[in-house]
Write a protein that binds this ligand. Structure first.
Ligand code: ATP
Length: 200
């Protein structure tokens, strides 16, 4: 069984977090993808995030219609959580599963700053979702020579349509009280964010 794991702050979740994942499900024949909203992303400042319970709820709203997409609270309870610890947990829990770590191409460019990053490649296959501005060539040009070797040999690039959508821009628009294009995020997510004034 091929199991995808997809971590992030999802503040808020948007279509760039869902459509490419659905393309990955098809192309890699993943049985399930588990979203892991993180209480506190190690690479981002601790302040300024919507409460993790709210971000978790928005992920559930975004994936509710997709049977293969689920959300886990595994990284919700802890403080800063490291992806390698999460992967090892799922590897222990589901020894028969083939684990796929899904990450955006912008995140792949930063992978050398991740805790025990080389071990990520031992525990899971890394599947990269293309994001505008972060082509394979651009990512490879920005990493060290040894990372380049590993990435070239081991990473699977999903052939998804790159989507120019960012959570930062959605938060900016919500804060300004302005409209958010309807194809940027599920309507229920935007409704939820406005209902609880998450970004205003
Ligand atoms: P922010 O704008 O707040 O930094 P973000 O979407 O970049 O938000 P996360 O929510 O932590 O940050 O992202 C979760 C994962 O989704 C990361 O692997 C990121 O690279 C990926 N991702 C985010 N946006 C896109 C997109 N438009 N296309 C493909 N992957 C994306």
């Amino acid at each position: 069984m091929r199991l995808g794991l997809y971590g992030g702050s999802f503040d808020p979740i948007h279509c760039g977090h869902v459509t490419p994942v659905l393309e990955a499900v098809e192309q890699l024949e993943l049985e399930r993808v588990v979203y892991l909203p993180t209480a506190q992303p190690p690479h981002k400042p601790a302040t300024d995030f919507a409460p993790v319970a709210r971000r978790f709820a928005m992920v559930e709203l975004a994936v509710i219609d997709h049977d293969r997409l689920q959300v886990s609270d595994f990284e919700v309870a802890s403080g800063p959580s490291y992806t390698i610890d999460t992967l090892e947990h799922f590897a222990d829990q589901q020894p028969d599963a083939e684990l796929y770590l899904l990450i955006g191409s912008d995140s792949l460019a930063q992978i050398e700053s991740w805790c025990r990053w080389r071990q990520l490649f031992e525990v899971a296959r890394i599947a990269v979702l293309r994001r505008p501005g972060w082509t394979r060539e651009q990512v490879l040009a920005g990493v060290s020579a040894s990372a380049r070797v590993l990435i070239t040999a081991a990473v699977t690039w999903v052939d998804n349509e790159p989507l120019e959508i960012s959570a930062t821009e959605i938060r900016r628009r919500l804060r300004a009280g302005g409209p958010v294009p309807s194809d940027w995020a599920p309507a229920a997510v935007l409704q939820y964010a406005r209902k609880y004034s998450l970004y205003s």
